[in-house]
Design a protein around this ligand. Sequence first.
Ligand SMILES: Nc1ncnc2c1ncn2[C@@H]1O[C@H](COP(=O)(O)OP(=O)(O)OP(=O)(O)O)[C@@H](O)[C@H]1O
Ligand code: SF4
Ligand SMILES: [Mg+2]
Length: 345
Amino acid sequence: MTTISKPADVPAQRDRDKSEGTLLEVRDLHVEFHTRDGVVKAVNGVNYSVSAGETLAVLGESGSGKSVTAQAIMGILDMPPAKIPQGEILFRGQDMLKMSGEQRRKIRGAKIAMIFQDALSSLNPVLSVGYQLSEMFRVHQGLSKKAAKAKSIDLMDRVKIPAASKRVDDYPHQFSGGMRQRIMIAMALALEPDLIIADEPTTALDVTVQAQVMDLLADLQREFNMGLILITHDLGVVADVADKIAVMYAGRIVEHAPVHELYKTPAHPYTRGLLDSIPRLDQKGQELYAIKGLPPNLLNIPPGCAFNPRCPKAQDICRTEVPALHTVADARGSACHFWEETING
Ligand SMILES: Nc1ncnc2c1ncn2[C@@H]1O[C@H](COP(=O)(O)OP(=O)(O)OP(=O)(O)O)[C@@H](O)[C@H]1O
Ligand code: SF4
Ligand SMILES: [Mg+2]
């Protein structure tokens, strides 16, 4: 089996680039949608960063702004209705929000690639998977049809699709859900991006297949020393693969921490609620904890801490003052007025 090779003329430069610190830094990002019903405040001051070789898991309930943040990074939001009134998205120190459409197109796919949840609707049903993979190499690298096909087969091998050379001419519907998701991973890897954003990459799959696809993604990420942003609402899947976690609620990061610290000592009641609602093998038969209530209506976010109507620890100040993101420790923060009480149990 051949591997995806680095371009022969620039390996040293590339290795140096990849070992240099922060790849992506999102600073105070705001995204709103102007709709007939009013302004949907989907993202309200998100800050996070990811370095080469690092996996950041972004966690939060449905509607917390995880995907909208990712779409803003990729530059694929429809504007309007979306608007970015504030914030910066720095890729290798350059604010992508200030770049031309042409500059952003060059980054998309080649430097930052995205894997979506639903492979079937992301792949073109009337084109073979080999054709779709080959197109990436033909368009971006100017390869001949034959060379592009050979590279596509290599990639299919890399993502462990059995009998790749036979299956390269098959169509998306001829593959299982797990295999289709592997093809999506192959498409994302094709141009050897520095950063992959995987938005719920395994949610549509069976549990056993989920684990296999997640393991594959984690292995490839390590091998290529890529940055990975893994978006999920499932705390269970991130423990083994993530280095750090950012927890989102109502369009804000409410807690961020290295993964093991967050599991051991959550510093935000929302994180604590999420952790308590993970099914555990040693607690079979016990009723599972669920955070009461629903996420807020983003047309009308409650004053103070957005989590206050659902928070078991809420006090008067929580209903009036938005908590700042307090520094809990090195590389740890919590947007809770009472983070100290929370972290201590
Ligand atoms: N085009 C749009 N117009 C209006 N509101 C939108 C639009 N796109 C997204 N939103 C709203 O932005 C909010 C954040 O959505 P987002 O898709 O980022 O949530 P999410 O955290 O990814 O949730 P999920 O886990 O369900 O994927 C939601 O309330 C959503 O309804
Ligand atoms: S600030 Fe108040 S309402 Fe918000 S999470 Fe902390 S204790 Fe709960
Ligand atoms: Mg989403």
